[in-house]
Design a protein around this ligand. Structure first.
Ligand code: FAD
Length: 318
């Protein structure tokens, strides 16, 4: 199985890829697998699986006392990646995040993935803890994805987290990183964000996957600015089909993105989730058609909770 990087470097028409979330702790994997089966018809070039940091929840244990429980809400990224690879022959791209994990724990994940023959990952810092003012991680962890990128490259070369040396990997990892057409929320401005994005690429990333955007102009401008900044790897646009009324306020708040005026006006006319879903399919189809006509390397769909919409869009596009 080739890497995503070599696939992207090959001559190919605009590919189809999507991202899924592992199920909430305690839920079966069957529903997740059932929901993605209709998407396999469109021959995805690869499938991303998100990774989530530990969250603290509080359980009432009586007498006004609460116990804090620390757990990953959505565990299972590596196992799902293995299932996708073995059962469906799909190229999986599990996400590796810095949040919670020290270098040794990240190394353990790379070892597990390497044993499973999974050598594509997306290298991310990860979200900060819910309600935390800033990002934190384990004392010897990474504060930015750029040093995680360096760790992965060193791991490929046989350099371990404790500095000891092994043979270089026979099947090295290749990886992508995240980019933000509308700027990462913590960046001073788009220019500084691009400087840090370039460091991630200089440290070994083979491609960039963008945060969702609803205005293609933002993506095209971003690509232009990246090229001017000397970032020359493929930049894969991320598309999210809208599916519910609550996303009107949720997505701008969580992902720090704007809806274009025309879309926001049409959304304000919607009174049901069904109406939003229909509009979401129409809007994302128009976005995808324009992106495809501009020969983007792949269109990456944020598919979770929206697989039905992604099927409708993919039918219009591929
Ligand atoms: P970084 O590249 O480290 O950047 C974070 C911020 O720090 C930016 O503002 C950047 O400009 C700044 N910065 C970078 N380097 C430096 C430096 N040396 N000095 C000062 N500032 C610096 N989150 C999850 O928890 N799990 C997931 O599975 C997940 N998947 C994602 C997939 C995609 C395609 C995208 C776009 C995002 C995903 N996220 C995920 C969200 C992501 O983890 C957050 O947006 C996170 O806040 C930033 O991650 P990053 O890798 O871009 O971080």
């Amino acid at each position: 199985m080739d890497s995503v990087a070599s696939f992207l470097a090959s001559d190919h028409p605009t590919a189809f890829s999507f991202e899924i979330l592992p199920p909430i702790r305690g839920n079966s994997i069957d529903k997740t697998l059932d929901s993605i089966k209709p998407l396999l018809e469109f021959n995805p070039a690869y499938v991303n699986i998100t990774t989530h940091r530990t969250e603290v929840s509080y359980t009432h244990v009586g007498g006004g006392t609460y116990r804090a429980i620390s757990a990953q809400k959505r565990p299972g990224t590596v196992a799902i990646a293995a299932v996708l690879k073995e059962r469906f022959g799909i190229r999986p791209v599990p996400h590796i995040i810095c949040g919670d994990y020290g270098r040794r724990e990240i190394e353990d994940q790379l070892i597990d993935l390497s044993y499973l023959g999974i050598t594509d990952v997306l290298a991310l810092r990860g979200d900060r803890e819910r309600n935390a003012a800033s990002f934190s991680t384990s004392p010897d962890g990474h504060i930015h994805a750029s040093t995680l990128a360096r760790q992965i490259v060193e791991f490929n070369e046989g350099i371990m987290a404790d500095g000891s040396c092994n043979s270089p990997l026979a099947h090295p990892f290749s990886f992508g990183v995240a980019g933000y057409p509308e700027k990462h929320e913590e960046a001073m401005n788009l220019d500084s964000d691009l400087i840090h994005l370039k460091t991630k690429v200089d440290n070994g990333a083979s491609y960039i996957v963008t945060q969702m955007f609803f205005d293609n102009k933002k993506y095209f401008d971003f690509v232009e600015r990246c090229r001017a900044a000397g970032i020359d790897v493929p930049i894969i646009p991320g598309i999210k089909p809208l599916t519910s009324l609550r996303q009107m306020s949720l997505l701008p708040r969580i992902f720090h993105i704007d809806f274009p005026t025309e879309l926001s006006r049409e959304l304000m006319r919607c009174t049901t989730d069904d109406e939003v879903r229909a509009l979401g399919v129409e809007w994302a189809t128009a976005q995808a058609k324009e992106l495809k006509s501009n020969n983007v390397p792949s269109i990456h769909f944020y598919a979770m909770h929206a697989t039905r919409s992604v099927v409708d869009i993919a039918k219009n596009i591929y």
